[in-house]
Design a protein around this ligand. Structure first.
Ligand SMILES: C[S@@+](CC[C@H](N)C(=O)[O-])C[C@H]1O[C@@H](n2cnc3c(N)ncnc32)[C@H](O)[C@@H]1O
Length: 218
């Protein structure tokens, strides 16, 4: 996946996205928002906010910033956000190079985005960097199945990733174990546990500071 193919795939999806991907992903979105938005007046970043389907689920006293690389998806999110007091901003931005200072948000969420971005390890490092120490980082995504037949099908679909707009066979382990980012839970979300919610906590004390996307890229 690269940014031009992502933009082009989600330009195609934008108008029908809510009808297809609204209901099936709804349970996981609510679960992630509940874990991210646990207290009053939190500032929360949602990366790959898409058409903003999750925005009404945040508390009214939250300050939610959503970012996405697709202007077509963001356009719909902006319409949805009208009248939602919890939405602070919706910005066009690459999740792998966030334009926010370190420790800007109480929690950071990525829903159904990790298998779309070109470098999931950079996505996770950036989510950690902008999250305050002690804050929550949540990733919900489909990961490659353990069932041999389903797994073969997922592998078979890999060449279609650019057209589909996501990788069908992403391994959970392609989200790296980063220093200072503790994986505290992995739980099933949505139908049959086909999607999983991975809950990280950004440690209070970091040994050498968080890795950045650049550092990871070497
Ligand atoms: C499957 S959609 C998920 C949208 C939304 N999170 C939801 O729950 O429906 C994936 C979204 O990630 C966005 N995306 C992909 N790569 C991105 C990147 N590098 N930076 C920001 N957004 C990205 C896409 O444009 C798309 O809107």
């Amino acid at each position: 996946m690269d940014l031009p193919s992502i933009r082009s795939a989600y330009k195609r999806y934008a108008l029908t996205y809510d009808a297809f991907f609204g209901p099936i992903f709804a349970g996981g979105r609510r679960m992630a928002v509940q874990l991210a938005n646990t207290a009053a007046n939190q500032r929360i970043l949602e990366v790959g906010v898409g058409t903003g389907l999750s925005l009404p689920d945040y508390r009214e006293d939250a300050r939610v910033v959503g970012i996405d690389v697709s202007p077509d998806m963001l356009k719909i999110a902006r319409e949805r956000a009208r009248g939602l007091s919890q939405v602070e901003a919706l910005l066009e931005m690459d999740a792998e190079q966030l334009a926010f200072p370190d420790n800007s948000f109480d929690s950071v969420v990525a829903m159904y985005v990790a298998s779309v971005v070109p470098h999931p390890e950079r996505l996770l490092a950036e989510m950690q960097r902008v999250c305050i120490p002690g804050g929550d980082v949540l990733v919900i995504n489909h990961f490659a199945s353990n069932h041999p037949v389903v797994r073969r099908m997922e592998r078979g679909l890999r060449p279609l990733s650019k057209i589909l707009g996501f990788r069908t066979d992403m391994e959970l382990d392609s989200l790296p174990r980063l220093p200072g980012l503790e994986r505290i839970d992995v739980r099933n979300a949505n139908l049959f546990g086909y999607w999983k919610l991975v809950h990280y906590r950004h440690d209070e004390e970091l040994p050498d500071g968080p890795l950045t996307g650049e550092a990871l890229a070497g």
